[in-house]
Write a protein that binds this ligand. Structure first.
Ligand code: EPZ
Length: 417
């Protein structure tokens, strides 16, 4: 296992290109199961979760070629309807193969993803939706066993907006018989990106990016050649790094339109954020103003940016309130930040942060993807040295974050633990 060593106090300066979006690449690579022939995906981030997805897809029978950030997948040989526990447990987004397997092989046996550090993360809405399309669903020995001779279009209402739930149903509905109406769906850019790829494959989808999508089933889909959109959460994470260190950083290859809530809140902290096309320039403030944040489904403030923003607030002037409304246990980073001197009190889904002049470096432990990023960010601004252990969490969702930060002038390196 690796650890990352950060010595705080360096201003970040320079220009860096952000990578492709993990949470778009995962469903889009999995959508290759829906067609026969070679798909080409460019700007795919080099991440552990992408490697896990490739292993899962080749286990199902797909052929995969990788050349740098380009991944080619041919599902011609896709014949296996099982996604075993050993693969699914490594990455809960593996549940996204359920819809495509059912749509193409008429039966599926996929391990239940189980819980995770940030919450129970049930998949009841995925299963309820597939049942509405005519699938017979059984839960046996920790697996979902689903059968559907032919999925039939239907009206589905999501009690809660779910990103992967929307994506699973979208991929099940595109080859179903008749029309499916999905209501109260997730509007995240990654969901729209998947819908856009499916339309390029020949699917008939309207309303992507809104809270209602209408899908008219088609007999078959064709392979595509597409580029993955930029990762808005990596972009936001690097923007916070610039703001934290009073730096001046230009991010390229971005999509500022996907970060409106984050940009708005960062400007309220006193950071200067200038956007131009696919470039975002962030200049950190001499003094960070405290700002309240409530995480919400898109286009609200993203839960995946909550931990990172909390680090900024931990060194802001005054009091700030951060409410986490999406996941029931996404304050795990708080105890580690408090060991670095942060003054944070939690009550239910709300954290009250009293800014301190500066955090102090300490050995800390990463527990989940975004919490680990927040600990690296804290180390950038803290006095002294911070050792972040178990950075495999970080490597699941960030492509060489430590190298990118070092290129911007951070005193950061990786060591074997
Ligand atoms: C996706 O997870 C992302 N992962 C998460 O990113 C992100 O935090 C989350 O959406 C919210 O934006 C991927 O896209 C691979 P949800 P997902 O279903 O789809 C409840 C990261 O850091 N719910 O939108 O699993 C659920 O408990 C990761 O990159 C049900 O109750 O999240 C939660 O409270 C972490 N029943 C809420 O919905 C269901 O069947 C939103 O979860 C499904 C979800």
């Amino acid at each position: 296992m690796d650890k990352i060593i950060v010595t705080g106090g360096k201003r970040l300066e320079g220009e860096i290109k952000v990578s492709g979006a993990k949470n778009a690449a995962l469903p889009i690579l999995i959508s290759s199961l829906l067609a026969d022939g070679w798909n080409t995906y460019r700007n795919v981030p080099r991440l552990m979760d992408i490697e896990s997805t490739k292993v899962l897809l080749s286990n199902l029978g797909a052929e995969i070629e990788t050349d740098g950030d380009t991944v080619r997948i041919n599902a011609q040989g896709f014949h296996n309807h099982e996604a075993p526990y050993d693969l699914v447990r490594k990455m809960r987004a593996s549940i996204l193969v359920l819809g495509p397997i059912l749509a193409r092989l008429k039966k599926a046996r996929v391990s239940l993803p189980g819980g995770c550090a940030i919450g129970a993360r049930p998949i009841n809405l995925h299963l309820k939706g597939l049942a509405r399309l005519g699938a017979a669903i059984d839960l046996k020995h920790g697996y979902v066993e689903a059968k559907a001779p032919r999925l039939k279009g239907n009206e589905i209402y999501f009690d809660v907006t779910t990103v992967t739930g929307t994506e699973n149903l979208l991929m099940a509905a595109v080859l179903a018989e008749g029309t499916t109406v999905l209501r109260n769906v997730a509007r995240e850019p990654e969901v729209k990106a998947l819908a856009d790829v499916l339309v390029q494959m020949g699917a008939d989808i309207s309303g992507a990016g809104t809270s209602m999508m209408v899908i008219k089933g088609v007999p078959e889909l064709k392979p595509v050649s597409v580029s993955i959109l930029p990762d808005r959460i990596e972009t936001g994470t690097l923007m916070v790094a610039a703001a934290l260190t009073r730096g001046e950083v230009v991010l390229t290859g971005c999509e500022p339109g996907h970060l409106e809530a984050v940009i708005h809140k960062l400007r309220l902290t006193g950071a200067e954020v200038i956007t131009a096309g696919s470039r975002i320039k962030v200049s950190g403030p001499a003094e960070i103003s405290s700002v309240d944040v409530k995480t919400l489904a898109y286009p609200g403030f993203p839960t995946d940016m909550q931990a990172q923003f909390m680090v900024l607030m931990s060194m802001a002037k005054g009091l700030s309130i951060i409410s986490e409304t999406i996941f029931e246990n996404r304050f795990i980073h708080v105890s580690e930040l408090k060991r670095m001197g942060a003054d944070i009190n939690i009550s239910g889904d709300t954290a009250l942060i009293k800014g301190v002049p500066r955090l102090g470096g300490a050995p800390v432990m990463a527990t989940d993807l975004r919490a680990s990023a927040s600990l690296v960010l804290a180390g950038l601004a803290a006095k002294g040295t911070t050792e972040v252990r178990r950075v495999y969490h970080l490597d699941r969702g960030y492509e060489s974050l430590d190298k990118k930060l070092a290129l911007l002038g951070a005193d950061i390196h990786r060591e074997k633990e």
